[in-house]
Design a protein around this ligand. Structure first.
Ligand code: ZN
Length: 314
């Protein structure tokens, strides 16, 4: 799978549509069954989902149809992904994550709002498609190299993710984050994978493999024979957002760094015991995830990091 292949897949989806909604291809079976969704490019700079969709479209072109139900292939953030493909350098590619609003930080009432922002408008356009989904896999990647992860919203999706070669599960993050992620607006059960780093072909290959396994778990493809690996489950129980630019994290926290309840995570401006404070502390024993790569975050608009309960091994 090359960048040109991703581009061809993107162009094909952008030119297609379902009931007037662009960026959607439906593949129907002849048997009743669930409506499954593979959604790509919720963040415009994360092309791995296009690799997964491209592989399924190649099967479709060769005559494959799902054994049952209906498959919807969707590019969520068409405008941002178009910017990514048009970008001339790394800065422009990074900026192609979204146009106006992070599609994983949408306002909770986005579907009833009327602003003309690119992502809100797109979410309202996609709402009838998202409302069809019984089960969906939303494919993401990360900026930093990272082990692949499953990210669940409110629903346990273990059965839908059985057999995926992913050993880390982030659970319950939707209730703790600012705004709503796109997949939180789908009607049925949905989850994300973080397949690896953005431009790594290994992440693209993993995304394609996970999409096939997902469809196997729904009975639309032959079920994978692969065993589910042991999984470390991290339940998100809190978020920390630095209140202003004078706060600084105590250290750079690698993801899954263990912390103790009451441990100082960030120090604020005075007055305080050491001329600093009020300090911001860990709410519970557990771990820190998704902290920035520096002690001062690049933006104060989003959560600086999340807290999880102590890891559960499954
Ligand atoms: Zn993403």
């Amino acid at each position: 799978m090359t960048r040109d292949d991703l581009r061809a897949t993107f162009d094909r989806l952008a030119a297609a549509g379902l009931h007037g909604v662009p960026g959607v291809i439906a593949i129907d079976s002849l048997a009743p069954g669930p409506v499954a969704g593979i959604t790509a490019c919720t963040h415009g700079n994360e092309p791995a989902g296009l690799a997964a969709i491209g592989a399924l479209l190649a099967m479709y072109d060769a005559g494959w149809r799902p054994a049952l139900g209906r498959l919807l292939l969707v590019v969520n953030n068409l405008a941002a992904a178009a910017r990514w493909f048009a970008a001339a350098d790394d800065a422009a590619r990074l900026a192609a994550r979204f146009v106006d609003t992070d599609m994983n930080r949408l306002p909770a009432d986005v579907l009833s709002r009327t602003e003309a922002d690119s992502e809100g408008t797109r979410a309202r356009s996609l709402a009838p498609v998202w409302a069809m989904l019984d089960a969906a896999l939303d494919i993401h990647t990360t900026q930093q190299p990272s082990a692949p992860m499953l990210v669940e919203g409110a629903a346990d999706c273990s059965d839908l993710a059985a057999g995926m070669p992913i050993g880390i599960v982030i659970r319950d993050i939707v209730a703790m984050q600012i705004g709503v992620p796109a997949f939180g607006l789908y009607r049925g059960r949905a989850f994300e994978i973080e397949a690896g780093s953005h431009d790594d072909p290994a992440a693209w290959a993993l995304a394609a493999a996970c999409a096939r396994i997902f469809l196997g778990n729904l009975g639309m493809l032959p079920r994978t024979a692969a065993a589910t690996p042991p999984r470390d489950i991290y339940r998100v129980c809190g978020a920390l957002r630095l209140p202003d630019a004078r706060y600084e994290l105590e250290r750079v926290f690698p993801t899954f760094h263990p912390v103790r309840r009451g441990e100082v995570i960030a120090r604020g401006p005075g007055p305080g015991g050491a001329g600093l404070g009020p300090d911001l502390c860990a709410p519970t024993d557990g771990h820190v995830i998704f902290a920035p790569a520096a002690t001062r975050p690049p933006s104060l608009a989003n959560e600086t990091l999340f807290f999880t309960r102590p890891v559960e091994r499954q």
